[in-house]
Design a protein around this ligand. Sequence first.
Ligand SMILES: Cc1cc2nc3c(=O)[nH]c(=O)nc-3n(C[C@H](O)[C@H](O)[C@H](O)COP(=O)(O)OP(=O)(O)OC[C@H]3O[C@@H](n4cnc5c(N)ncnc54)[C@H](O)[C@@H]3O)c2cc1C
Length: 466
Amino acid sequence: MADFDYDVLVIGAGPGGYVAAIRAAQLGLKTACAESRETLGGTCLNVGCIPSKALLHASELYDEAANGALAKLGVKIDKMSLDLPTLQGQRVDAVKGLTGGVEFLFKKNKVTWLKGLASFTGANTVEVNGEKVTAKNIVIATGSSVAPLPGVAVDNAGRKIVDSTGALELDKVPDHLVVVGGGVIGLELGSVWKRLGAKVTVVEYLDQILPGMDGEVRKEANKIFKKQGFEYKLGTKVTGAEVGKKGVTLTVEPAAGGEAEKIEADVVLVSIGRRPNTEGLGLDKIGLELNARGQIETDHDFGTKVPGVWAIGDVIPGPMLAHKAEDEGIAVAENIAGLTGIVNHDVIPSVVYTKPEIAGVGLTEEVAKERGAIKVGKFPMLANSRAKTNHEPDGFVKIIADAETDKVLGVWIIATVAGTMIAQAAQAMEFGASSEDIAYTCHAHPTHSEAIKEAAMAVRGKPIHM
Ligand SMILES: Cc1cc2nc3c(=O)[nH]c(=O)nc-3n(C[C@H](O)[C@H](O)[C@H](O)COP(=O)(O)OP(=O)(O)OC[C@H]3O[C@@H](n4cnc5c(N)ncnc54)[C@H](O)[C@@H]3O)c2cc1C
C-alpha cells in the first residue's frame, strides 16, 4: 500500500473543515488542514456568524438605551452616546479570541496547519505553497464567497458599495444604507446599522423577504421590521450603480418590468447570496465536475465520485449554515475512520438573529401541505407570560404536524430568543416526536419555551392561555 504524509488532509478551516480535522485527529488519524487565511475559523469566525453577532448584540443594547426601552423599565441613562470605535473593537476582540481558540484546539489535537492555498495535483496529492503533500483521504471544505451582482461592483475599501465583510467594518454610521437582498445576512446587518441610526431600505427581487422560510413567518417578519422603521422595495431589481463623491446612485426597476427609478444611498450593501469556492482547487486534475449550481455533489457519506476525496459544508448542496457544516465535518471524519457518520438534512434549524429572532426547522406549511394532510397549532408570544413581562410581544410559535400520525413536520418561531428555543424543536423532531409528546413535556415557567408547549397543545385545539 502507498505511503501518505497524512491519513486525512482537510482543505479549508471553516466550521466544516476545522471540526472535521479535530474529529479525525481525535479518532487517531494523522491529520493536516490547509487554510489560506491568516487565521483559522473560516467565513463564520472571521467575517460571518461571530463578528455579525458581536455587532448585533452591542447594537441591540445601544438601541434599547437610545429608543427609550430601558427608560420604560426604570433604567435611565442621562448622557448616552455611541462610541463606534469601541463597539467595533469588541467585534475584533471576539473574532481574535475565537479564531485563536481554534488554533489552540489544533495544537491540542495535533492537527497540522498547512498555511496557504491548496490545489489538487492528483486524487491523493495537493500542492500548498509550492509543496506537495499526500493524503489517503482529502476533504474539500473550501466554503463559499459573496455572490457578485452584475453592474454593482463591490469595493469594501471605498466603503460605498460593500459586501457583508465591508458592512461589518464601516467606521461611520451611514445616513442611508440600501441593502440589496432581503435574506438573512442583509436583514441582520441592516438591523445593526438601523439600530445605530441609519435609515435602511431593503431592495428585494422577490415579492417577500426571507426566501425559503414559512410564508406566514415571512409576512409577519416583514410587518415587524416595517414597524421598526425598515423601508422596503419588494419585487424590485437593481440594474446599476453609480458611485459619486457623497454616495451611490442606484438604479432599480420593477422585477416584472416597468419604469426605472433612482435611489440615493450613502452605502449600498450587496447581499444577494453566496457561491461555492472551487476556483483554483484544480478539480479538473482529479476529474471532479461541479453541478449546475457550482457545487460538489456527494453521496450520503460525503464521498465524492473520486475515491478518497470527500466534501462538506457550503461547497456542497444544502443550506449554507455553520452548524450544518460542523455536523458534516464530524460525520465525514467518522466515515473516514470506518464509523457511521450521519447528518439528518431534514432537521437543520435556521435562525435569523434580528430582534425578534426568527427560527425554523423542518418543513414550511406550504411544503408540508403539498405532501399531505396537516394540522397546525399556533401560539402568540403576546400570551406568553415571560415575553409579556419582558415587553417582547412580537411573534408566535407555529407547529406543523401530520394530520394522521401527529408527527411534527416543522416548527417556526418568531420570538426574542427563537434561536435558542428552536433547539428543543429540532431535538424533538430528531427523536420523531408527535405534537402530543411536546404538549405533555413539562416546560419550566416562566420561559419563552412554554409557547412551544402551548402551540403543540393548539395542534390538538387545546392551548391553556388563549
Ligand atoms: C455575514 C455572515 C453571517 C453569517 N451568519 C451565520 C450564522 O449566524 N449562523 C450560521 O449558521 N451561518 C452563518 N453564516 C454562514 C456561515 O458562515 C457558513 O455557512 C459557514 O462558514 C460555512 O462553513 P464552511 O466550513 O463550509 O466554509 P467557510 O467558513 O467558508 O470556510 C472555508 C475556508 O476555506 C478556505 N479556503 C478556500 N479555498 C481554499 C484553498 N484552496 N486552500 C486553502 N484554504 C481554502 C477559506 O479561506 C475559508 O477560510 C454567515 C455568513 C456570513 C457571510
